[in-house]
Design a protein around this ligand. Structure first.
Ligand code: ZN
Ligand code: ZN
Length: 374
């Protein structure tokens, strides 16, 4: 209990948030971490659970008031704000459909909003691609789940030939008003979930929800130069709209695997190149790896560690441009850690030939030290 995050923080709203604010924040966040869109992602699952718990409390005026006053220790919360519901079952696919409906289908809008056409919900998908695929562009096909209108009942949820009837609990208003002394509370009708209608003869294909989960395949052209975390929107590929409303969109968030050698810096690439201390001193030709294969480069004599040089045009293709970035190579001079006796002897012989002028920085450093103490 002690390390639980504040419910307002979880939803990303402040304490003055209206019911609408909370609803909106919940919807937005739920899409980001819904387990259907992130299969086998434990972190997303945990976030989703935490989010549902926060929403369960903050969307209920009574629970919210108690939480505001007493925090997690509020009477009646008992560490389980779901109450009798006992949390969600994340194990099987069976339970998933229900959650999906709560999130994206029913339960969200007020009775008024349910009458007219309503745009379908947006979906989010995380597309994982390699570094090279991001650099060169690629075409990718992937599978995702989408709630679509049930083919049998065309989304009504009622058995073909029957139609939903007016809810007897709320008489079609979708809301229940309770007067307690001077206070009247309004809550969503539990019988019809706010729709004002109940289905007496449920469609057997969808169990009355009017929606079925369908596995779809989408193919997308990923443009060259896309970077980790960028989003591509596929218009109209989200969930179908309600009552003739347009479909939602599919947001594809691109996740680029890091490269073993290169780091991306805007449209430039960065590479650390280890060279031997003799290569650094004598200079010489080296093969530098680039995304399109090795390129010869002449290291000049006397190259210092951390020197950077630039291979023009060997970076990343600009997303909306003609040019390419550069490859920036940083030289790392490596000093051998183990030497044979013969190698040591050769280096000592070399050292005997030096006068001190060979080492510019060291000489100027020593000169400054001398000034300091004389
Ligand atoms: Zn159906
Ligand atoms: Zn009702």
């Amino acid at each position: 209990m002690a390390n639980k995050r504040d419910y307002y923080e979880v939803l990303g709203v402040d304490k003055n948030a209206t019911d609408e604010d909370i609803k909106r924040a919940y919807r937005r966040k739920a899409k980001e971490c819904h387990p259907d869109l992130h299969p086998d992602d434990k972190e997303a699952e945990a976030r989703f659970k935490e989010l549902n718990e926060a929403n369960e409390v903050l969307s209920d005026p009574d629970k919210r008031a108690r939480y505001d006053q007493f925090g997690f220790d509020a009477p009646g919360m008992d560490g389980n704000p779901f109450g009798g519901a006992g949390g969600f079952d994340f194990g099987g696919m069976g339970g998933m459909g229900d959650i999906f409906d709560q999130l994206f289908g029913g339960g969200m809008g007020g009775a008024a909003r349910r009458q007219g056409p309503q745009q379908g919900n947006d979906l989010r998908y995380e597309l994982k691609i390699t570094f090279e695929e991001a650099a060169n562009g690629c075409e990718k096909s992937f599978e995702f789940y989408r709630n679509e209108n049930c083919q049998t009942c065309h989304g009504t949820g009622a058995k073909p030939g029957t139609s939903p009837t007016t809810c007897q609990t709320c008489h079609g208003t979708g809301q229940i008003r309770t007067s307690g002394g001077w206070m009247t509370t309004v809550r969503t009708c539990p019988t019809c979930g706010g729709s004002g209608k109940v289905i007496t003869d449920k469609c057997t294909s969808c169990g009355g929800s009017g929606r079925t989960r369908v596995k779809r395949t989408a193919t997308i052209k990923v443009p060259a130069g896309i970077d980790n975390g960028q989003t591509i929107i596929m218009n109209g590929q989200g969930e179908p709209g309600l009552r003739g409303g347009p479909s939602g969109d599919l947001y594809i968030s691109v996740s680029v695997k890091p490269h073993k050698l290169f780091r991306r810096d805007g449209y430039n690439l960065r590479l650390d190149l280890p060279i031997s201390f003799t290569q650094a001193a004598l200079g010489g030709d080296v093969d530098i790896p680039t995304l399109t294969g090795p390129v010869k480069y002449r290291i000049p004599e006397g190259t210092q560690s951390d020197t950077e040089f630039r291979l023009k045009g060997h970076g990343i293709q600009q997303l909306r441009g003609q040019g390419k970035g550069d490859l920036i190579v940083r030289v790392r001079v490596e000093i051998p850690k183990k030497l044979t006796e013969k190698q040591r002897e050769l280096l000592r012989q070399f050292d005997d030939t030096t006068t001190g002028k060979e080492y510019e920085s060291r000489k100027s450093f020593m000169d400054r030290v001398k000034e300091l103490f004389n």
